[in-house]
Design a protein around this ligand. Structure first.
Ligand SMILES: [Cu+2]
Length: 92
């Protein structure tokens, strides 16, 4: 978590207005078992308002999500993948 906070603070200092910060979080998505799964996971995450970028790594079974923390949060991201059939958790 410390690293995430530091990154968010850095991003806020560099580019975002004081009331919004762009955060990047890595989600572990163990349920991705075939090459089509990342497409579903990526689509689910991209639909969450505030998500700016989603990169899914099938080999590592993880999704790297960049989002505006004034519009969404990690709970909404994990809920989105869970609702799509892929429960996820934040990687430390
Ligand atoms: Cu699949």
């Amino acid at each position: 978590m410390k690293k995430l906070v530091a990154l968010a603070a850095l991003a806020a200092t560099l580019s975002a207005p004081a009331w919004a910060a762009t955060k990047t979080v890595t989600l572990s998505v163990p349920g991705m078992t075939c090459a089509a799964c990342p497409i579903t996971v990526k689509a689910a995450l991209s639909k969450v308002p505030g998500v700016e970028k989603t990169v899914v790594h099938f080999d590592q079974k993880e999704a790297v999500v960049t989002f505006d923390d004034s519009k969404t949060n990690v709970q909404a991201l994990t809920k989105a993948t869970t609702d799509a059939g892929y429960p996820s958790s934040v990687k430390p």
